[in-house]
Ligand binder design. Structure first.
Ligand code: FES
Length: 82
């Protein structure tokens, strides 16, 4: 079990955090500077579109990060309005 912005989300052993979020029905978890939603694009660790804060560490690529029980994922917002 991981949490996403404080909400519990179940996963399966072996999943990455990105696949846990995708399986939960989430298509994005970051906001780009232009305000656009971002989630998985390449899925192989190249584009950095899938970054989020994990256990307090920002800019973690969720497509590369194996999910671990108790992980806390926080979405990131870097829109120009902030
Ligand atoms: S989806 Fe491209 S780095 Fe994760």
């Amino acid at each position: 079990m991981v949490t996403v912005d404080g909400t519990p989300v179940a996963g399966v052993h072996g999943q990455t955090l990105a696949t846990v979020l995708l399986a939960d029905g989430r298509s994005h978890w970051r906001t780009a500077p232009n305000g656009g939603p971002r989630g998985v694009f390449c899925g192989i660790g190249v584009c950095f579109d899938c970054v989020a804060t994990v256990n307090g560490v920002p800019d973690i690529r969720l497509c590369c990060r194996p999910a671990r029980d108790g992980d806390s994922v926080t979405t990131q917002n870097r829109s120009a309005a902030q």
